[in-house]
Design a protein around this ligand. Sequence first.
Ligand code: SPV
Ligand code: MG
Length: 285
Amino acid sequence: MNSTTKLRELITSRQIARFAGAHDPLSASLVEISGFDGVWASSFTISAANGLPDMSLLSMADFLEAAGRMAAVCSVPILADCDTGFGGAPNVAYLVQRYEAAGVAGVCIEDKLFPKTNSFVDRRQELLPVDEFARKIEAGKNAQRDPDFVLVARTEALIAGHDVQEALHRADAYVDAGADMILVHSKKDSPREVIEFLDAWQARAPVVVVPTTYHDWHVTDAQSSGVSLVIYANHALRAAIRSMYRVLTSIESTGTSTAVEDLISPVSEVFELTHLDKWLHLENR
Ligand code: SPV
Ligand code: MG
């Protein structure tokens, strides 16, 4: 089955789907083998893995390369975070064609102004007028060749300090413009405003949430509130940072790696994760 069809089945099924963020193909593989239904190619973590903040510094080509490489090693669908769409409506049309050709199952664009900064950065977050963002969605939907390719429209209304009514108004307009799914983002420490959104939304289109700050919202509660997809967007990268730092500082300060041998993967695990056997087999044939 095509990854686009898999993604479409996941978002339309009655069962909630769970994706986790990845910043490179190896982390994407770990997301898959940990049992998640799909991979979120996160702009925050791909930027961070390049030593950069998430503020529209990397180009479309950089993000496309990252997501395409993930798609090449994963069987679960990749949903690519495309920030504001890297420009106007023509850029969104172009990105849809390029991501689709790269084997990515869907893309997500958000209604902030370019250049955007990550939603958790404490500064003024400005939104594009609704009709301009709707034009980007229309352009993207008209550009897709595979009818199952998914376009997620993300509203940053709550992030920008607007109320749930504004988020609903925007989500409505985005679905009218052809969006397959709505991502409603929130940086509150409780899911209250997201639940208020879901109650009023009445399942007009499937909804995605990113419970980074309201992390204690259990997946079964999200499902009963009407969420179709939950994304754990940045946990793999944050885990990697902690773990690498702990191991490296221990080796540096103790003079050996003995104290951390149990904390690190044996090289055999790296061979396994990178399918060494399969590649060696090709050489031997
Ligand atoms: C990302 O992972 O890049 C996202 C989600 O867009 S957030 O960082 O929460 O904005
Ligand atoms: Mg992002």
